[in-house]
Design a protein. Structure first.
Length: 257
């Protein structure tokens, strides 16, 4: 065993994956539940999907359950997505299921990877590529460069569709609006900001507002609340799963053109 052989294996395989991601069909920024569901469903259909996650571990807000209690809730309408990704569930009340948060996060991650999704962690999106009024890709850097404010230039990735799945922070749309003074597909043309908790309405709106918000860029999951003025819902995740499912259907049409 030579240490250099270990290093060679790591670098070579990473470069192969990264090269394949230079031109993707879909780039999903943020590896939370809605983004992972959409990525997995798209990859099943042969779509080249890249997920960029700035944290060490994808999974978004799933891992911590509710206040550290390791279960989250999924309503009956979204149970088919749990089954699709082979994630165990426990019915605790009519039409509601308790799901181990660790099983849910790890199941969605592994489910996406085994379907062919290319996931890169510790990567941050600091800007966008915009050509003739359409988002055509992302500008990326190592998260430690951003954290330490090092003067290191970024790289770029291109895609037919870019998705803001960054959650409450809606990083992609916030950057788009701040740097380009564009009109978004919202009632005011601007982001509306997330409202306080109202689980029932939040679950409905997160699915309803999963849509293209500017040519070439879509929102899903909690990014929809920040962009369209929806509510937060706490540790119930059915809406996240259904948002990802809806997004996948929309982007299949885009990728087929």
């Amino acid at each position: 065993m030579r240490e250099i052989d270990i290093t060679r294996g790591i670098i070579g395989n990473h470069i192969d994956d990264f090269y394949n991601a230079l031109e993707s069909d879909v780039i999903i920024v943020g590896g939370g539940p809605s983004g992972l569901v959409a990525a997995g469903l798209l990859a099943e259909k042969g779509v080249n999907v890249t997920v960029l996650e700035k944290r060490l571990a994808p999974g978004g807000g799933i891992w911590g359950g509710g206040m550290g209690y390791k279960y989250v809730i999924v309503q009956e309408e979204a149970v088919h997505m749990l089954d699709h990704f082979s994630i165990p569930k426990r019915e605790y009340e009519k039409k509601f299921y308790a799901v181990d948060s660790i099983a849910l996060a790890s199941g969605l991650i592994f489910g996406a990877v085994k379907r062919g999704v290319n996931i890169f962690n510790l990567v941050t999106v600091e800007d966008l590529l915009i050509r003739e009024g359409r988002v055509t890709g992302v500008v990326i850097n190592n998260v430690f460069v951003q954290m330490n404010q090092f003067p290191v230039d970024p790289l770029t990735l291109e895609a037919k569709a870019v998705v803001d799945a960054t959650g409450h922070d809606h990083d992609v749309i916030a950057t788009l609006a701040r740097k380009n003074d564009v009109k978004l597909n919202t009632p005011t043309g601007k982001t509306l900001g997330e409202r306080s908790m109202f689980a029932k309405s939040a679950e409905e709106l997160v699915v309803e507002n999963t849509k293209e918000v500017y040519p070439g860029v879509w929102v899903c999951g909690m990014s929809t609340a920040s962009v369209y003025g929806g509510y937060r819902m706490g540790p119930i995740f059915g809406g996240m799963l259904l948002s990802g499912e809806k997004l996948a259907g929309m982007l299949l049409d885009v990728c087929s053109k």
